[in-house]
Every structure is written in structure tokens, then in C-alpha cells.
Design a protein around this ligand. Structure first.
Ligand code: PPS
Ligand code: ADP
Length: 295
């Protein structure tokens, strides 16, 4: 039998980690949510049973893990030291701040939405099809009853990021801000689709590091420059080639393709037949396989 020592001080909906053995030699065997109505079911799925701590347990101790806090620490937020979020701290230029914990957590939101929050980060050259695939994916998931939100580089630059240019440090800041916003959407339980050129590996890696393992799904639009330039729907390549736009990605500004990413959506000059809908379905299959389309 498993007892829930100290559980009375936890929030409704808290995540508890079930550990077998001593704290020094602990074997994690899973997590259960502290929803009284679902606790038995959660423990049962782990091969345990619960009787409110009145009987002794061969599986002890059960430790509380705060999921939001874990995600934040995994996020390596600047200035956050270890588990000191209960204390006044300094993060970047923000001095004397203290994390305020809310009793409604990500798990409960996911339960409500019947999905898992994550970030699908679509990177590639201008004209590679990022926005088209992002919208096709949003539509495909919407049709399955899943809540998504698209953060498109072009669109976010119309508001939040309208102070940023296309020089390297401004692109980095554009990506950092979109990464932070995407993290909030993911924490809200939403499947967030970020589609922006995001040309530098380091900036993409920094966004990945903001999220728990597995929740940042990098999708590379592997489309040759020649095809993108041939499409040129906004006429920007033409302007860049004639020198009217300086620092255009792929022309006179670099694009660093991922060395390793979760998905590659490829088109070649020989085979350009894959439609954006096919590509969106590939991403849906990935999400299904990884369990993101269920709470
Ligand atoms: N110099 C330069 N280089 C690349 N792209 C340019 C540039 N100037 C304007 N545009 C337009 O801005 C869109 C890219 O914005 P992003 O926010 O995705 O770019 S970045 O991630 O900050 O590099 C991009 O949109 P997409 O074509 O959808 O990629 C262009 O329409
Ligand atoms: N899979 C595809 N096959 C053929 N054309 C595509 C495909 N995906 C997008 N396009 C077309 O390519 C152009 C650029 O697509 P877009 O989504 O705006 O790219 P990006 O957001 O990367 O700049 C658009 O005219 C779009 O209709």
C-alpha cells in the first residue's frame, strides 16, 4: 500500500512523484496527480494502491513535485538558483522578485483541454512554406478538437516585436521573445506553433532550453534556396538580389540549418509534390505518437 505522507499540504491537482527505496537510492517509478477522484486510478496504473495513509506502505516516501516550478528551473531562467523560488531573487535586471505559485496548474489545464501543451517550432528560409504548414497544422488539429495558436514571425513583428529590425541581435531578441511567449502558451496547455525563420542555431537551442524535455519540437523546412526564391510570393528575394533589401536571409545573411531536430519536411527540385496538408499530417502523426493529443 502507498501512503501519502504530507499530502495534506499539497494543492488539489499537484503532481506527486512515486519513488521506491530510500531518498539516497531512489528509483522513480512514476507520477500521479492529486485529484482525489483520480488518485486511485493513477496509482492503480502504476501498480499501487492508496488508502489515505492509514496503513503502512512498502513504497515510500512519496515526494511532492511542483510541475510549473520544475519547468521553470529546467528553463534555466537567468539568476534562478536551484530550488530557491520561494525566496526573493534577481532574474536579469529584475531585482527583488519572488515567484508566485497558482493552485491551478498545467496538469489541470491539460486535463480540461484533453491535450498536452508543447511548442512546434518551424524554422526555414523565407518562402520555404513555414506559414502555410503552420496554418495547415493548426487547421488539422482544430478539426480534431485540439487548441492551437500560431506565432508567426511576420505577424508578431506587427505588434510585440515591431521595435526589432533584421540585424543579428534583433533577430536573436525576436526569437527569444517568441520563445518565451511560446513557453507561456505551452504552459497554458496549448499546442503552440511558432513559425519564424529563426536562422541561428544558438537562438533555437536557447528556446528549446526554456521547455521541459520533449516539449520543443523543432521542424525544419528543408527546401532549397532555389525553390524558395522561385516562389518569392512577396517579391522580397527580387528586392534583395537587386540590393534594395540588405541582410536578407539566404542572400546576404546566413541561415544555419538544424544539425539535429525532431522533424524534417523536405522538398527538392526533383520532388516538389508534397503538399502543405501532407506535411501537416506528418506533424499530427508525430504528436499523436508522442502522446500530445491526449491529457
Ligand atoms: N532581411 C530579411 N530577412 C529575412 N526576412 C525578412 C527580411 N526583411 C523582411 N523580411 C520578412 O520578415 C519575415 C521574417 O521574419 P522572422 O521574424 O521570421 O525572421 S527572424 O526569425 O527574426 O529571422 C519574412 O517572412 P517569411 O517569408 O514568412 O519567412 C519576410 O517576409
Ligand atoms: N508544400 C508546398 N508546395 C508548394 N508550394 C508551397 C508549399 N508550401 C507553401 N507553398 C507556397 O510557397 C510560398 C511561400 O509559403 P509561405 O508559407 O509563405 O513560406 P514562409 O512562411 O516560409 O515564407 C506560398 O506561395 C505558398 O503558397
Amino acid at each position: 500500500m502507498a501512503s501519502l505522507q504530507g499530502a495534506s499540504s499539497l494543492f488539489h491537482g499537484s503532481l506527486v512523484e512515486v519513488v521506491f527505496g530510500s531518498p539516497a537510492l531512489a528509483l522513480k517509478i512514476g507520477f500521479v496527480s492529486l485529484f482525489p477522484s483520480r488518485l486511485d486510478a493513477g496509482c492503480a496504473s502504476l501498480g499501487l494502491s492508496v488508502d489515505n495513509g492509514e496503513r503502512s506502505s512498502s513504497l515510500a516516501p512519496i515526494r511532492a513535485v511542483n510541475e510549473t516550478r520544475t519547468a521553470y528551473i529546467n528553463g534555466k531562467a537567468d539568476g534562478v538558483q536551484g530550488e530557491n523560488l520561494d525566496q526573493i531573487s534577481t532574474v536579469g535586471n529584475s531585482t527583488n522578485i519572488k515567484w508566485h505559485q497558482c493552485s491551478v496548474g498545467k496538469l489541470e489545464r491539460q486535463e480540461l483541454l484533453q491535450q498536452k501543451g508543447c511548442v512546434i517550432w518551424i524554422t526555414g528560409l523565407s518562402g520555404s512554406g513555414k506559414s502555410t504548414v503552420a496554418c495547415a497544422l493548426s487547421r488539422a488539429l482544430h478539426a480534431r478538437g485540439k487548441l492551437t495558436y500560431v506565432l508567426d514571425g511576420d505577424n508578431v513583428r506587427h505588434g510585440l516585436n515591431c521595435d526589432l529590425s533584421f540585424k543579428a541581435e534583433d533577430r536573436a531578441e525576436n526569437i527569444r521573445r517568441i520563445g518565451e511567449v511560446a513557453k507561456l502558451f505551452s504552459d497554458a496547455g496549448v499546442i503552440c506553433i511558432a513559425s519564424l525563420i529563426s536562422p541561428y542555431r544558438k537562438d533555437r537551442a536557447d528556446c528549446r532550453a526554456l521547455l521541459p524535455e520533449g516539449d520543443f519540437i523543432e521542424v525544419f523546412m528543408d527546401v532549397p534556396l532555389k525553390i524558395c526564391e522561385g516562389r518569392d510570393p512577396k517579391g522580397l528575394y527580387k528586392l534583395a538580389r537587386s540590393g534594395k533589401i540588405k541582410g536578407f536571409t539566404g542572400v546576404d545573411d546566413p541561415y544555419e540549418p538544424p544539425l539535429k531536430c525532431e522533424m524534417v519536411l523536405k522538398q527538392t527540385e526533383d520532388d516538389c509534390t508534397t503538399t502543405p496538408y501532407d506535411m501537416a499530417e506528418q506533424v499530427v502523426s508525430y504528436l499523436e505518437e508522442k502522446g500530445y493529443l491526449h491529457a
